[in-house]
Design a protein around this ligand. Structure first.
Ligand SMILES: [Zn+2]
Length: 137
């Protein structure tokens, strides 16, 4: 009865079992989930950040007096002054999904790539040494 799946007494458990069977690794599953949630909900990974925003203001002070130019504490008598304000808010997380998954799993992507190349080189070297045997057989 349970062989075809649809008549299982626990259909949701069967779905879960089949879903999990489609994944070889946690990073693959999490990566697929994040891509899915982004497509379904326009969801993005965000981080709360604080930064200093710099801008110029027009000096509100009067600089010319009967005695000449008065010293201005705001702008040094040039009419505008640089100022800054502390800002904060949610911004998209820096980096890529691949990079986050690598960081999370503790895998160094450069070392992983080097290992793949070494593996291919080893396979090629093995093929070269076994080729004459295969040809004579
Ligand atoms: Zn001024």
């Amino acid at each position: 009865m349970e062989e075809d799946g649809s008549l299982s007494a626990y259909p949701e458990h069967e779905k879960l079992k089949q879903f999990n069977a489609g994944y070889e690794s946690a990073t693959q599953a999490v990566g697929d989930f994040l891509e899915w949630i982004a497509s379904q909900q326009s969801a993005r990974l965000m981080v709360f950040a604080e930064w200093i925003e710099e801008f110029k203001i027009t000096c509100p002070n009067t600089h010319f007096t009967a005695g000449g130019i008065a010293h201005c504490e705001v702008c040094d008598e040039n009419g505008s002054a640089a100022t800054s304000e502390k800002k904060s808010g949610w911004v998209p997380a820096a980096g890529s999904l691949t990079g986050w998954l690598a960081d999370w799993s503790g895998v160094d992507l450069a070392k992983l790539e080097a290992e793949k190349r070494a593996m291919l080189d080893a396979i090629r070297a093995q093929n070269l040494t076994t080729e004459p045997k295969a040809a004579s057989a």
